[in-house]
Ligand binder design. Sequence first.
Ligand SMILES: Cc1cc2nc3c(=O)[nH]c(=O)nc-3n(C[C@H](O)[C@H](O)[C@H](O)COP(=O)(O)OP(=O)(O)OC[C@H]3O[C@@H](n4cnc5c(N)ncnc54)[C@H](O)[C@@H]3O)c2cc1C
Ligand code: FES
Length: 280
Amino acid sequence: MFKILAKKILASGIKLFEIEAPLVARKALPGQFIVLKIDEYGERIPLTIYEYTRDKGTISIIFQEVGKSTMQLGTLNEGDCLSDIIGPLGCPTKIEKVGRVVTIGGGVGTAVIYPITRSLKEANNRVTSIIGARTRELLILKEEMEKASDELFITTDDGSYGRHGLVTDELKRLIDEGEKIDLIFAIGPVIMMKAVSNLAKQYNLKTMVSLNSIMVDGTGMCGCCRVTVKGRTKFVCVDGPDFEAEGVDFDELMNRQRIYLNEERLSIERYRERECRRNG
Ligand SMILES: Cc1cc2nc3c(=O)[nH]c(=O)nc-3n(C[C@H](O)[C@H](O)[C@H](O)COP(=O)(O)OP(=O)(O)OC[C@H]3O[C@@H](n4cnc5c(N)ncnc54)[C@H](O)[C@@H]3O)c2cc1C
Ligand code: FES
């Protein structure tokens, strides 16, 4: 059993758990993820390892409540236990000194880009970060990203905080300033990663993305997480989650993410009904 040692609410529907998981903490590296199950009947949920503390034997995850399983996860509290965690899974992010890097986090993708940003800075890169959210209330990890980067720019779609607009507007501004960019790393909704990739392609800038395809086992056995990269099938769980953006078939990925929409809707409805009955 994996005990939740701390719970923090970062924004509406976005929560952080610190969890006792010494064997995972011992081996975790930036860019890797876990698959967890809440209880023996639980769905397997892939979530990025946001932070790990080897000497304490803990890992932290940040998750957004988007469906039945993440909503149920959000109801757990300090002292509760998760029945299963497997990990660390996936290939760690390749961290090397390349020069100037722009890291971009959209929505809860900021939780995934944070450890990568920190490691890129520790590797002596000059790191400019851009984080974006729909609105001020949904912005997360502002202070952490500020510390992890040399400079941070913030955008909100509705202009309630930072610059009014999308992360791509800010990226375009940086490109237009003319300073050389050696690498872009973008993590967020697939539509955002596609937009960053298209923009970067126009300027011949190398871009990495971390893909969040639907997963089941997370170990390369079921084929559920397959994506097409440069015309070849790749499994996100074992070949990724990081891929060079150029060549990723983002449209196919978006379509595959919608495959179970009806089942997901039904699952939330049933969960809400059960919760209503339970709470009288
Ligand atoms: C490698 C990886 C790392 C991730 N890291 C994070 C993270 O750090 N924080 C975070 O909030 N989310 C992360 N996600 C997404 C997270 O796994 C899904 O939001 C979660 O599984 C949704 O489950 P649900 O039952 O609450 O929602 P559902 O109602 O089942 O689904 C809502 C949407 O979530 C996606 N989804 C559903 N099931 C899965 C699944 N098994 N695997 C992947 N996506 C799924 C689909 O696009 C779906 O339309 C990550 C996904 C992957 C693949
Ligand atoms: S999740 Fe099954 S092969 Fe990747």
